[in-house]
Design a protein around this ligand. Structure first.
Ligand code: HEC
Length: 130
């Protein structure tokens, strides 16, 4: 059982073991994330229209962000707890009650896969440093 657990944890650490936050920082600009997201604003502020990414590591697991960056439309469609949390924050910031809405990120960037797995891991390491 313990061996199984160690194998499982080792496997889980695999993809991001060599990902580099500095590469992620560059990708954040090159892949236009920077146009929508402020890295020095908290997730409660949607400036200009997208959540600030400071402390994003406290709001999601790496596994969730991995799925999100691959296919935001599919993740949004699940309406899981993370999605509902984003939506609640969005409407709180606007001072109105939560209601269903489309994912803005999926609408604008999520129609095609724009990131390789390695790019996603580097971006996650960068996001985890914010
Ligand atoms: C067109 C604007 C736009 C671009 C470009 C964009 N995002 Fe987003 N992102 C959003 C919006 C808006 C949300 C909130 C959910 C929604 O409406 O889609 C979001 C949500 C997120 C979240 C969850 C934040 C939280 O507080 O819960 C992360 C992480 C994220 N984006 C990372 C990225 C990364 C990394 C990139 C670059 C590859 C990127 N985004 C590009 C608009 C954008």
């Amino acid at each position: 059982m313990i061996l199984f657990l160690l194998l499982f944890l080792g496997w889980g650490a695999g993809p991001d073991a060599f990902a580099d936050p500095e590469t992620g920082r560059k990708l954040f600009r090159e892949k236009t994330c920077v146009l929508c997201h402020k890295i020095d604003k908290p997730g409660t502020e949607f400036v200009p229209a997208c959540p600030g990414l400071k402390g994003v590591r406290n709001r999601h697991s790496k596994a969730w962000v991995r799925k999100w960056l691959k296919d935001p439309a599919a993740v949004w469609a699940t309406q899981d707890a993370d999605v509902q949390d984003i939506n609640a924050r969005y409407f709180r910031y606007r001072g109105s009650k939560p209601r269903p809405r489309e994912s803005f990120m999926a609408t604008v960037v999520g129609k095609k896969i724009i990131l390789t797995d390695d790019e996603i891991e580097a971006l996650i390491e960068y996001l985890w440093s914010l």
